[in-house]
Design a protein around this ligand. Structure first.
Ligand SMILES: [Zn+2]
Ligand SMILES: [Zn+2]
Length: 78
């Protein structure tokens, strides 16, 4: 399955709005939570190949070679 482009800013805005509008958290608190969630989501999508560490979206069809210039990674590692 090809994952849709991962838009960090959009997800960030959604999480922030959720905690402010629905949970009535302060902006600071909602911001701290959003940061944590983004970090986790990023990690989940990051290639664990130590020479790569690029995101899932940077790999052809989400599992083949990395598209980042100068990166030698040939397979997305979870
Ligand atoms: Zn890479
Ligand atoms: Zn990689």
């Amino acid at each position: 399955m090809i994952e849709k482009y991962f838009d960090i800013n959009r997800l960030y805005g959604k999480v922030l709005r959720y905690y402010i509008d629905k949970k009535h958290y302060s902006k600071e608190k909602a911001n701290a939570i959003a940061q944590k969630i983004i970090q986790k989501e990023r990690n989940r999508r990051m290639c664990k190949n130590t020479d790569c560490k690029h995101l899932l979206n940077d790999h052809i069809r989400n599992y083949d070679s990395c598209l980042v210039e100068s990166c030698t990674c040939e397979k997305f590692t979870r």
